[in-house]
Design a protein. Structure first.
Length: 65
């Protein structure tokens, strides 16, 4: 679960969440993603960013008000 303060959903927090998601994706499927990028001549960082955004929807958020 990701615990967030409802009053602090600024750009910095969103960037931090995206970085955490990128690390999570890279840890789970990084090698497969790199192989896919090489095989299909795609940019790895772009694929990682897209997968990280998709991954954000799988988190469970708890908002503290």
């Amino acid at each position: 679960m990701v615990y967030l303060n409802y009053n602090n959903l600024d750009a910095e927090t969103q960037t931090r969440l995206l970085e955490v998601s990128k690390e999570d994706v890279e840890h789970r499927i990084g090698n497969d993603l790199k192989a896919y990028a090489i095989e299909n001549h795609l940019d790895y960082d772009t694929l990682l960013g897209e997968e990280a955004i998709k991954n954000l929807y799988s988190y469970h958020y708890v908002f503290n008000i």
